[in-house]
Design a protein around this ligand. Structure first.
Ligand SMILES: NC(=O)c1ccc[n+]([C@@H]2O[C@H](COP(=O)([O-])OP(=O)(O)OC[C@H]3O[C@@H](n4cnc5c(N)ncnc54)[C@H](O)[C@@H]3O)[C@@H](O)[C@H]2O)c1
Length: 331
């Protein structure tokens, strides 16, 4: 298959692109290499992909929020499916720079839906566990109400799901929305807690522990996420009247992809300290505005439909991340 992967220089996109290329697919990766975090890291991911996959991976630097540029750049390329993982990520940054979320996550998502509509091809796209907002009933189920976002980022991801539902209804395009739960692992994201903690511990600097450590997260190892995304790409939803996961009677489904375990933040910190061989200096802080206290994924829908089964515990995954981090930074 030929697959278009957006956000190919990003954490999850680069890992999905690598897995698809390794198994014999041809991948066209697009990304605008924006500077939300280290552009060098994004370039290093692309260089790594090119080094290991040769001609099976090609990269185009495009802003998918710029529709004219997107259409022009893709005009000469054929592909059979879209894996739309590019977005303005991060909950807290949406307080600082709301417009970048509207551009990438709303305008950009519409542009990608239009590409799928124009070519009549399926699309798998990234939503987020943050759509569950302050829901207190755990684990979070795809059938739960999710109309109380705590931050603009979550609102844009919910809007992506709604736009997708309308497109599946009007144009019968097979669409899959994936609500990811705190993804981590090698080539991860420098704005996320695991990276920030590891960096501070090696530098002998304090780490910020929010809500005084009383937080729980469903941490999902990157290889498990990649396996789930590839399974969705391989099995787009049928136009059979449903209902599909999440309740749609159109060819549109929504899955949680998590580890199905909710871990205490302090346990995570303990594992990072062990892997780094150094204790963290902990600075306690209140919960940050827009942040969610606990997450926990009910993954029964994707497990039943596609046999998804997360394999990596944080006790296995955290040392792998720290080992990659040391290698990458030479620490
Ligand atoms: N990592 C997680 O824990 C997590 C959790 C929930 C949801 N998600 C979602 O999963 C997807 C991938 O996340 P990630 O962790 O890999 O983030 P990431 O920031 O590493 O990757 C996103 C990539 O998209 C690119 N991008 C952003 N706007 C663009 C635009 N307008 N045009 C072209 N490229 C653009 C960025 O340059 C970046 O390389 C995102 O949609 C994110 O919202 C991630």
């Amino acid at each position: 298959m030929k697959i278009l992967v957006t956000g190919a220089a990003g954490f999850i996109g680069s890992q999905v692109a690598g897995q698809l290329a390794r198994r014999g697919d041809h991948v066209i990766g697009i990304d605008n290499l924006n500077d939300y975090y280290s552009v060098q890291l994004k370039r290093d991911r692309i260089a790594h992909l090119k080094r290991h996959n040769g001609n099976a991976f090609e990269f185009l630097e495009i802003d998918f929020a710029d529709n004219a540029a997107l259409v022009a750049a893709l005009a000469e390329h054929d592909f059979d499916a879209i894996c739309h993982l590019g977005a303005q990520a991060g909950v807290r940054y949406s307080i600082e720079n709301p417009h970048s979320y509207v551009q990438s996550n709303l305008v950009g998502h519409l542009n990608m839906l239009e590409v799928a509509r124009d070519r009549k091809i399926p699309m798998t796209y990234a939503s987020s566990s943050s759509v569950y907002g302050g829901n207190t009933q755990l684990p979070f189920r795809v059938e739960d109400r999710v109309d109380r976002p705590l931050a603009l980022y979550a609102a844009t991801k919910k809007a992506d799901e709604l736009m997708s539902e309308a497109y599946a209804n009007l144009y019968r395009i097979p669409l899959t929305g994936l609500r990811f739960f705190t993804v981590y692992g090698p080539w991860g994201r420098p704005d996320m807690a695991m990276w920030l903690f590891t960096k501070a511990i090696f530098a002998g600097k304090p780490i910020k522990v929010f809500n005084n450590g009383d937080m729980r997260r469903d941490f999902t190892y990157i290889d498990d996420i990649v396996a789930g995304i590839v399974a969705c790409l391989d099995h787009p939803p049928l136009d059979d009247g449903g209902p599909h996961a999440g309740g749609s009677i159109n060819p549109h489904r929504i899955y949680n992809i998590g580890n199905n375990r909710s871990e205490q933040l302090m346990d995570l910190i303990g594992l990072i300290e062990t892997a780094c061989g150094k204790e963290a200096i902990k600075e306690m802080h209140p919960l940050q505005p827009g942040d969610v206290k606990d997450t926990f994924a009910d993954i029964s829908a994707i497990s039943t439909d596609l046999g998804f089964e997360p394999k990596t515990t944080i006790a296995q995954g955290v040392p792998r991340f720290v080992s990659w981090y040391r290698d990458y930074h030479g620490v």
